[in-house]
Write a protein that binds this ligand. Structure first.
Ligand code: NDP
Ligand code: PYC
Length: 338
């Protein structure tokens, strides 16, 4: 297979140009290009360039505003900072709200950023990593659309509801995990379908509620939560906190609103930031030093830390560039010419 290597900057320019040509303003196009390039750079294909087509489809459908300018509500005196995405993509709204979230967290020890009225299709680790760059721990979550059956149920009522956590570390990459609360992200099912590959067992049920390894049948049926009733409960918590509590749509409501899973979901997002020093104040030991002992013990036991694969891929891309297949390059050309 022919492969082409692009620099991170070149790939960013190409993706940004596709979005600008599709009518996105510079705020929206820049933020989307950053997150999609980050997916390719870190070898997270399920949220890389394959997502561009869906984003463009969503623009064309009118279910996202390509020229939205998000609005920040500082909500002074409160621990809750809000950004209304004004119908645009979540990424530009997050970039707008992050400095206020960081400032508020440093002041109060804990604060939250609520994003409302946004279209969201990306991975959460870029956001939780941005929180750790501020020296803060973070939790990020959002609903999606109803494609996951609760454990023991046979109807898709929950989203794939991603959940990410980050802990800052001195002089090294942060501790970050970020996963769908379904067995796998829906993007993974779609990538299996495109590659003509069967799914591993235990990922999905068909429209009649029977276990299936056929990606088509899984897309027509329901995905399963990770960890049985435990993942199901965490997925439900995300519907409550990042849907109902923030006055935004839950996954079934998103599906009703869109009428399809072929467009990027439209809902809200919740980001909670915490200052480890503020929480540990007055207690023995430095929280960051103590965390390092825990990480050392985990790695020393033979396990790897989450995101280590991703950070290794990032280091490689930063030195060697991002390798794309001929099919991926053709996709970029086709999307620009559309
Ligand atoms: P994965 O199962 O691929 O990975 C989940 C996390 O676990 C990663 O942090 C990964 O680190 C880590 N991990 C994997 N294997 C190991 C291991 N052996 N030991 C330690 N850690 C490990 O994630 P999903 O497929 O569930 O989700 C993929 C992406 O999809 C996420 O980024 C999520 O945000 C996104 N998503 C977005 C949605 C949305 O609505 N916007 C909906 C659902 C998912 P590493 O990367 O280093 O392997
Ligand atoms: O991969 O499950 C997923 C997903 C849904 C919305 C965005 N990503």
């Amino acid at each position: 297979m022919t492969m082409t290597t692009l620099t991170i900057v070149d790939l960013h320019s190409r993706i940004e140009a596709i979005f600008r040509k599709a009518g996105l303003n510079t705020l929206q196009a820049g933020a989307l290009a950053r997150v999609i390039v980050a997916g390719e750079r870190d070898a997270c294909k399920s949220h890389g360039i394959y997502r561009i087509e869906g984003a463009l489809r969503t623009v064309k459908s009118g279910k996202v505003k390509p020229d939205a300018v998000p609005e920040l509500d500082l909500n002074e005196g409160s621990a809750i900072v809000k950004v209304n995405a004004k119908g645009g993509f979540a990424n530009a709204a997050f970039e707008l709200g992050l400095p206020a979230l960081a400032e508020r967290t440093r002041r109060l020890g804990i604060a939250a950023l609520v994003i409302n009225d946004c279209s969201h299709f990306s991975a959460l680790w870029p956001e939780v990593e941005a929180v750790t760059k501020e020296g803060l721990a973070g939790l990020v979550m959002c609903p999606s659309y109803a494609t996951v059956a609760p454990a023991g149920g046979n109807k898709p009522l929950l989203g794939t509801n991603p959940f990410a956590f980050g802990w800052p570390r001195n002089d090294t990459s942060p501790y970050v995990f970020d996963f769908a609360t379904s067995v796998a992200a829906r993007g993974e099912i779609e990538l299996h379908r495109r590659a003509g590959k069967q799914l591993p067992e235990g990922w999905a049920i068909d429209a009649d509620g029977n276990p299936t390894t056929d990606p088509e049948a899984a897309l027509a049926g329901a995905m399963l939560p990770f960890g049985g009733h435990k993942g199901s409960a965490i997925g439900t918590m995300i519907e409550l906190l990042a849907g109902i509590m923030i006055g935004d749509l839950t996954s079934p409501e998103v599906l009703d609103y869109l009428g399809t899973t072929t467009l990027a979901p439209f809902h809200g997002e919740l980001i909670i930031a915490m200052s480890p020093q503020a929480f540990a104040a007055g207690r023995p030991g430095d929280p960051f030093a103590r965390a390092e002992l825990l990480f050392e013990a985990i790695v020393g036991s033979g396990a790897r830390l989450p995101s280590q694969r991703r950070f290794a891929a990032r280091r490689k891309s930063e030195t060697e560039g991002i390798v794309l297949t001929a099919v991926e390059l053709e996709l970029l050309d086709r999307l620009f010419d559309k």
